[in-house]
Design a protein around this ligand. Structure first.
Ligand code: ZN
Length: 89
């Protein structure tokens, strides 16, 4: 009877019960509308929201994504990798 929404648990803001999540459709890969329905029969609240990606933590090896990196967002320069063979200490 239990359903797994990809491991993501959302709780109803009204009663704290788990909610059933239904993804909407979007042409963008950066954001997606989602709908949620409270599983508490006596509450039965429904919500609409957006699931969106804001920051790149680790860049893709195959494509550029039009999002800031976590370093850019914090106002820092992107971290440079140390040259191979250079040891700290
Ligand atoms: Zn509820």
């Amino acid at each position: 009877m239990s359903s797994n929404n990809g491991g993501y648990k959302a709780l109803c803001p009204a009663c704290g019960e788990r909610m059933r999540i239904q993804p909407g459709t979007s042409e963008s890969l950066l954001s997606k509308p989602i709908y949620a329905q409270c599983k508490n029969l006596w509450c039965s609240a429904t919500y609409e929201g957006v699931l969106s990606w804001d920051v790149v933590i680790h860049k893709s090896a195959i494509a550029e994504v039009p999002l800031p990196t976590s370093d850019e967002r914090r106002g820092r320069k992107p971290a440079r990798r140390k040259k191979r063979g250079q040891l700290e200490g």
